[in-house]
Design a protein around this ligand. Structure first.
Ligand code: FAD
Ligand code: FES
Length: 284
C-alpha cells in the first residue's frame, strides 16, 4: 500500500499529490512514469513522475481529473493509500548538454515537462521554457518552471495572461529573435505536440515528444499503447514515452486515443450515479 502524504488542488480539476514510494523516489529519472491502481478492482493509469524527494521517500504526481479513475483519485485524502504504484517505467528522457533547449508544456503537460526542464538545466543546458494553457487559471507550476529556466515564456489561448495565442507563437518568436535552438522537448495535448513538431521541422530542430497513449499494463504485454514512429510499430510504455516528434504518426495516435470514448463515458456516468446513491444513503 502506498500512503498519500499531501494532496492539493493546483488549478480547477488539477491536483498535485505526494505518495510514499521510497524505491521509486530513489530510482526515477526525468521522463519516466508510474502505473497507479487506486484500489484492488480499479484500472491502472499511467502518470508521469513530476518529482521526487529521496529523503522523505515520496514521489510527486500532477494530474488532471478527466475521467472515472482520475476523479476517484481526486477524492482521496492525506493518509489514504493506493493499492499499487508501479515504476519507474519507460525510458528516461535522453539528456545531455545539447546547448540551448526549449522545454514546452501545454496544459497538464507542464507538470510533465517540469522534471525534464530541471534535468536539462542540471545537464548544463541553457533552458528556455514555454508554458501554455487555455486560460490563466489553468497555468500550473509557473514558479518552479521559472526557477529552472533561463527564460520562461507564457501563453494563454484567451489572452488572460502572457502572450495571447499558442505555445508555437512563442517558439516562433524565439527563432525570429535569432536564438539558435539545439533541441525542443514538448509535452501536452496531441494537437499541441503536432503543431510544435510542424514548427520545428521547418527549422530542422530535433524535437522529442512524450506520448500519452492509452495504456493497460505498462509493461509491453498488451499492445494498447502501440504507436507508429518512423513507419515502425513502437510501444510507448517500453520504447517511450519519448519519441522523435518528426517521425510520429499523429493521425493514428489521435484515432487510437478515441478508441474507448463510449466506454469511458459510460464508466464516468456509472461512477457519478454510484456517488449520488452513496450520498443519498448517507443522508437517510
Ligand atoms: C506515459 C503517460 C504519462 C501520463 N502522465 C500524465 C500525468 O502526469 N498527468 C495526467 O493528468 N495525465 C497523464 N497521462 C494521461 C492519464 O493517464 C489519463 O488522463 C488517465 O489514464 C485518464 O484516466 P481516467 O479513467 O480518469 O479517464 P478516462 O475515462 O480513461 O478518459 C477520459 C477522457 O480523458 C481523455 N484521456 C484518457 N486517457 C488519455 C491519455 N492517455 N491522454 C490524453 N487524454 C486522455 C480522453 O479524452 C478520455 O475520453 C499520462 C499518460 C501516459 C501514457
Ligand atoms: S501498455 Fe500494454 S503494451 Fe504498453
Amino acid at each position: 500500500m502506498y500512503k498519500i502524504t499531501s494532496h492539493n488542488l493546483l488549478a480547477p480539476a488539477v491536483r498535485d499529490i505526494l505518495i510514499e514510494a521510497p524505491l521509486i523516489a530513489r530510482n526515477r529519472k526525468a521522463g519516466q512514469f508510474v502505473m497507479v491502481r487506486i484500489g484492488e478492482f480499479s484500472e491502472r493509469i499511467p502518470l508521469t513522475i513530476a518529482g521526487a524527494d529521496t529523503e522523505a521517500g515520496t514521489i510527486r504526481l500532477i494530474y488532471q481529473e478527466v475521467g472515472k479513475t482520475t476523479m476517484e483519485m481526486g477524492q482521496l485524502k492525506v493518509g489514504d493509500t493506493l493499492a499499487d504504484v508501479v515504476g519507474p517505467l519507460g525510458k528516461p528522457t535522453h539528456l545531455e548538454n545539447f546547448g540551448t533547449v526549449v522545454c514546452i508544456g501545454g496544459g497538464i503537460g507542464t507538470g510533465e515537462i517540469l522534471p525534464v526542464a530541471e534535468a536539462c538545466k542540471e545537464a548544463g543546458n541553457r533552458v528556455f521554457s514555454i508554458v501554455g494553457a487555455r486560460t490563466k487559471e489553468l497555468l500550473i507550476v509557473i514558479d518552479e518552471m521559472r526557477k529552472t529556466s533561463d527564460e520562461l515564456l507564457i501563453s494563454t489561448d484567451d489572452g488572460s495572461f502572457g502572450f495571447h495565442g499558442l505555445v508555437t507563437g512563442l517558439l516562433e518568436q524565439l527563432v525570429e529573435r535569432g536564438e539558435k535552438l539545439d533541441r525542443v522537448f514538448a509535452v501536452g495535448p496531441v494537437p499541441m505536440m503536432r503543431a510544435v513538431c510542424n514548427a520545428t521541422r521547418k527549422y530542422a530542430i530535433p524535437t522529442e515528444v512524450s506520448l500519452n497513449s492509452i495504456m493497460v499494463d505498462g509493461t509491453g504485454m498488451c499492445g494498447a499503447c502501440r504507436v507508429t514512429v518512423g513507419g515502425k510499430t513502437r510501444f510507448v510504455c517500453v520504447d517511450g514515452p519519448d519519441f522523435d516528434g518528426h517521425e510520429v504518426d499523429f493521425d493514428e495516435l489521435t484515432q487510437r486515443l478515441k478508441a474507448y470514448h463510449t466506454m469511458e463515458k459510460e464508466a464516468i456516468e456509472h461512477w457519478k450515479e454510484h456517488q449520488c446513491r452513496l450520498e443519498e444513503a448517507s443522508r437517510s
